[in-house]
Design a protein around this ligand. Structure first.
Ligand code: ATP
Ligand code: MG
Length: 210
């Protein structure tokens, strides 16, 4: 099994009995208040202090250091995440792009709320492409790793454009459903937001600091 939880248990299991490995991990999950969630790589990296505390109950300090180093190696992502491009034509493409955005954010170590924010923006922009253009369009996710990780979200289409953009961005437009974050909501969620629209289509570029 290759999911984060099994990988963590495999590392711990090299130094502890299976039952103690389980114990250390579930105690760390509890102490990090992550109960009831699916563990991600980012969670495991953040849980290091709790795991260390658990390991100290069973192992001498030198071995604890070894296990933590093995942990580090096991959970370093294979390389910097790469840009991903999603054609948006069907409803299922919207969720695929949204999930990919969340995955990229987590790979870059973003907190859960920030990953949620980025995936909401992707979902809104992709849904608009799906709903308001006949030919569909594209979502491009461009991650930047490093000390200041970012996710650049590009949305472009060759649809009819948005003639009443000013009204929408001024908050004077009432969305059809009023349910989603919409364009204005998306703009408020991100650090940088640019939109150009006209008869040949719409291009949006939104950037989230992770
Ligand atoms: N890519 C696009 N191409 C053409 N028109 C668009 C596009 N995106 C948005 N629009 C137009 O702009 C309007 C406002 O979009 P916005 O996403 O803010 O709200 P909504 O889609 O109407 O409702 P909500 O997103 O809240 O469900 C839409 O109703 C639609 O007319
Ligand atoms: Mg919308």
């Amino acid at each position: 099994m290759n999911d984060p939880r099994s990988k963590a248990l495999a590392v711990l299991g090299r130094h502890l009995s299976a039952i103690n490995a389980q114990n250390v991990l579930s105690r760390a999950v509890r102490d990090a208040r992550l109960v009831g969630t699916v563990l991600t790589l980012a969670d495991l990296r953040r849980m290091q202090p709790q795991i260390e505390r658990g390991l100290r109950l069973f192992l001498p300090a030198a071995t604890v250091a070894t296990v933590l180093a093995e942990f580090d190696r096991a959970f370093v992502p294979a390389g910097p995440p790469r840009a991903q491009v999603f054609p948006i034509k069907a409803e299922s493409d919207v969720s695929e792009a949204r999930l990919a955005a969340r995955g990229l954010c987590e790979q870059l170590g973003a907190r859960r709320v920030v990953a949620q924010k980025a995936s909401t923006v992707v979902s809104e922009l992709a849904r608009n492409i799906f709903m308001y253009t006949a030919s569909g369009g594209t979502i491009e996710l461009v991650p930047t790793a490093g000390p200041r990780p970012k996710l650049l979200i590009k949305a472009y289409d060759e649809g009819p454009g948005i003639p009443n953009l000013d009204e929408i961005m001024a908050g004077r437009y009432r969305s059809r459903t009023g349910l989603g974050a919409g364009l204005l909501g998306a703009k408020r969620l991100v650090e940088r937001f640019e939109i150009t629209t006209g008869a040949t289509g719409t291009r949006i570029s939104a950037e989230v600091d992770l």
